[in-house]
Design a protein around this ligand. Structure first.
Ligand code: NAD
Length: 309
């Protein structure tokens, strides 16, 4: 029997994710959205492309959660993107309600699924999903680090005039403005980038990576980034579905790792068929450790805001 992957939210990120997963052809894809017709329209469009691209036309679009039963993996993109003029707190409350509702449906209808949370603000939404599903930490994972790291690597590659494939650059901590670029271990073909790019220019590059989501949003005026986020989700799903044991930066619940207790934070994690199989602790220099501590404080404040009535 084919695997089943559900993508909740058929907006920019959800639709792009469904496309990437359908094209991999290793699972049936179920797309869910509360907006009438939206998921069905996207799914129909994706099925029509199947004979041309070369995958099975087995994408379904639904408005009802009954259809997600039996999913092996659920990607949660439902919620609102940051609209111009919307405060962070407003978005936090709106998206927490959505993720809570989705998570309850997931825990009832596919109690063995692995959940990949995409809805912002990450990693706070991971806390919501963990609590509302009641799943173990191995099965509730957030996507942000691969995306932030890819943005950093792209900018470093442009600066150095080399292929992005030859640039490494890990990002830990929070997402976007709260991300921590681990420049102490960033390399180009094995050589430290700090030996090739001056400190001031590196600061500018990290700042641009940090603001990359807003830069895209400003250019588009409506909508938000979707190609890079969906590519990052697909890399996580590949690692889980194909049991690849990739070590990828994800939002994971630390229970002692990096000195944090019961806190979701971005860190490299080994992903395989069981979800998070290990949280890998990498060496950080003193300023990176301090940045990570500050990033974790910001997550704690948001989690506390969520818990207060
Ligand atoms: P979007 O507005 O295009 O799509 C969101 C969709 O969710 C809409 O179609 C809406 O109808 C649907 N929805 C709302 N409530 C729902 C519910 N209860 N059940 C099912 N569907 C529901 O937004 P987008 O650009 O696709 O972004 C989605 C989320 O992903 C946002 O929170 C955004 O900030 C976040 N995001 C995260 C990252 C990351 O790195 N983690 C990257 C990009 C976007």
């Amino acid at each position: 029997m084919r695997r089943k992957i559900t993508v909740v939210g058929a907006g920019n990120v959800g639709a792009a994710t469904a496309q990437r997963l359908a094209e991999r052809d290793y699972a049936d894809v179920c797309l869910v959205d509360v907006a009438p017709g939206k998921a069905r329209g996207r799914a129909l469009d994706l099925d029509h492309a199947a004979p041309v691209v070369g995958y099975e036309p087995r994408v379904t679009g639904v408005e009802s959660y009954a259809e997600i039963a039996g999913s092996d993996l659920v990607v949660v993109t439902a919620g609102s993107a940051q609209e111009p003029g919307m405060s962070g707190d407003d978005r936090l409350a709106v998206n927490a309600d959505v993720v809570r509702q989705v998570s309850r449906e997931v825990s009832e209808r596919c109690p063995d699924a692995i959940v990949v949370v995409v809805t912002n603000p990450l990693p706070v939404m991971c806390h919501v999903a963990l609590e509302a599903t009641g799943f173990p930490r191995q099965r509730v994972i957030g996507m942000a680090g691969i995306l932030d790291s890819a943005r950093l690597r792209t900018l470093l590659a442009w600066e150095l005039g080399v292929s992005a494939a030859d640039v490494t650059g890990l990002v830990v901590g929070g997402h976007g403005e709260a991300m921590v670029a681990v420049l102490s271990s960033a390399t180009v073909a094995g050589a430290p980038v700090r030996e090739r790019i001056g400190a001031q220019r590196l600061d500018e590059i990290v700042a641009r990576a940090r603001d990359a989501g807003a830069e895209v949003l400003d250019l588009l005026e409506a909508g938000s980034a979707s190609y890079a986020p969906s590519a990052a989700v697909a890399e996580m799903v590949d690692a889980i579905v194909l049991d690849r044991r990739r070590v990828l930066p994800c939002a994971v619940l630390c229970q002692g790792e990096y000195g944090f207790d019961n806190l979701y934070i971005g860190a490299p994690a080994k992903l395989g068929r069981n979800g998070v199989e290990e949280i890998v602790e990498v060496a950080l220099d003193e300023s990176e450790r301090e940045e990570l501590r500050r990033s974790a404080e910001a997550v704690k404040v948001q989690v506390a805001a969520l818990d207060s009535p």
